[in-house]
Design a protein around this ligand. Structure first.
Ligand code: CA
Length: 233
């Protein structure tokens, strides 16, 4: 059974989410206090986390970062629920490791659709073989990425992006193509979201001071390419 962890401090919203998710056949775990999030997530190992941005004591964004940094939880998809509508905050939420976000008040059917889309995206069959390019290797069985001897920590969305880039090194994939491959062409996702996740992927890949391996081809898209990147974002 697919288990969804609801992190939300407003009781009415918690009840609404729990009711609707259970009606869809999901198992739910509710956490209302930010400090219980990490221990509960470690114990319950949810398949997806709905994370409120504004929690008392702990910021949703800090939790998001902590989940991504925790080995056992790093590939758990996260949907950020935010009361703020400012574009900057949305992008900030994504850049701290969330896979999607919704602004309150959100429509329950749309949230359900996004949960399904995100679960489908991360549960897609992974290739049997490992992929490698230059000093980069992807081990699908272990769900591990290495740059030389250094482990690269990627969230589920960046992992999928890298997978498609690794399958065709040197070939430029358009943002539209990546959106379709990774997000299944979801109508809710903007092209700019691809850039946000590419930026995150690039940061993780180059974190050890290695040369940039993700090439940005302006107005065309992205490619994995070890030759110097002469066109910056
Ligand atoms: Ca709240």
């Amino acid at each position: 059974m697919t288990k969804i962890m609801i992190v939300e401090d407003e009781a009415a919203l918690t009840t609404l989410l729990k009711y609707n998710l259970e009606k869809q056949g999901y198992e739910t775990v509710v956490v209302m206090d930010g400090k219980d999030v990490m221990p509960t997530a470690m114990q319950e190992k949810p398949d997806l986390i709905l994370l409120d941005w504004m929690l008392p004591n702990v910021q949703g964004i800090d939790l998001c970062r902590e989940i991504r940094r925790t080995y056992e939880l790093r590939s758990t998809p996260i949907i950020m629920l935010t009361a703020r509508s400012e574009e900057g905050d949305k992008v900030r939420g994504l850049s701290f490791g969330a896979d999607d976000y919704m602004t309150k008040p959100y429509s329950i059917p749309e949230l359900m659709a996004r949960i399904m889309a995100l679960l489908r995206r991360v549960q897609i069959e992974v290739p049997q073989d490992n992929l490698s390019y230059e000093d980069l290797t992807m081990d699908f069985a272990k769900r591990r990425v290495m740059r030389g001897e250094r482990p690269v920590h990627l969230g589920p969305t960046e992992f999928r992006l890298l997978q498609y880039l690794m399958e065709k090194p040197g070939v430029v994939l358009s943002r539209e193509a990546l959106l379709k491959l990774v997000w299944g062409g979801s109508i809710h996702v903007e092209l700019r979201t691809v850039d946000v996740h590419i930026r995150r992927l690039r940061r993780a890949l180059n974190e050890g001071g290695e040369p940039d391996i993700v090439r940005t081809v302006r107005s065309a898209g992205y490619a994995l390419d070890s030759t110097p990147n002469d066109e910056e974002e």
